[in-house]
Design a protein around this ligand. Structure first.
Ligand SMILES: [Zn+2]
Length: 137
């Protein structure tokens, strides 16, 4: 009986807190600069100013400027947009090293260990810097 209650608790916790930010005195946000932390928070909360966000807030086109008839969301930019094919080697390299399939959940901090989440956050932020979308407005 206790087991069921514990697993329900775990499920709830995962539902409300999908990212692992704190572990053994290490914190993802305090391991990043304030600017990096702000950008990571925007990416996680889907407020980073991509097409789908601009469409919702400003009524602008949600479409990618680089692709035909494709909505520009985070997943498109990070994993799919052919315009950025040359910039993903560090992201995919990290997943190959960890031997797990790439996903947005993991890219944004879904690994079970905080050091991994810090490392992938830095890689992700470098990717945005490399593609010229610094997201630090
Ligand atoms: Zn595209």
């Amino acid at each position: 009986m206790k087991k069921v209650a514990d697993s329900a608790k775990t499920l709830n916790k995962q539902h409300f807190r999908p990212y692992v930010d704190q572990e053994g005195g290490i914190n993802v946000y305090s391991s990043l600069t304030r600017k990096q932390g702000r950008i990571l928070f925007r990416l996680r909360s889907n407020h980073a100013g991509f097409g789908t966000y601009k469409a919702k807030i400003y009524g602008e086109s949600p479409l990618s400027a680089n692709c035909v008839d494709v909505e520009e969301d985070l997943e498109h930019i990070v994993f799919k947009c052919p315009s950025y094919n040359g910039y993903r080697s560090n992201i995919f390299g990290f997943f190959i090293k960890k031997n797990v399939a790439p996903s947005m959940q993991l890219v944004l901090g879904g690994f079970k260990s905080v050091p991994e989440n810090v490392e992938i956050a830095r890689i992700l932020l470098q990717f945005f810097s490399d593609i010229g979308r610094a997201l630090d407005v």
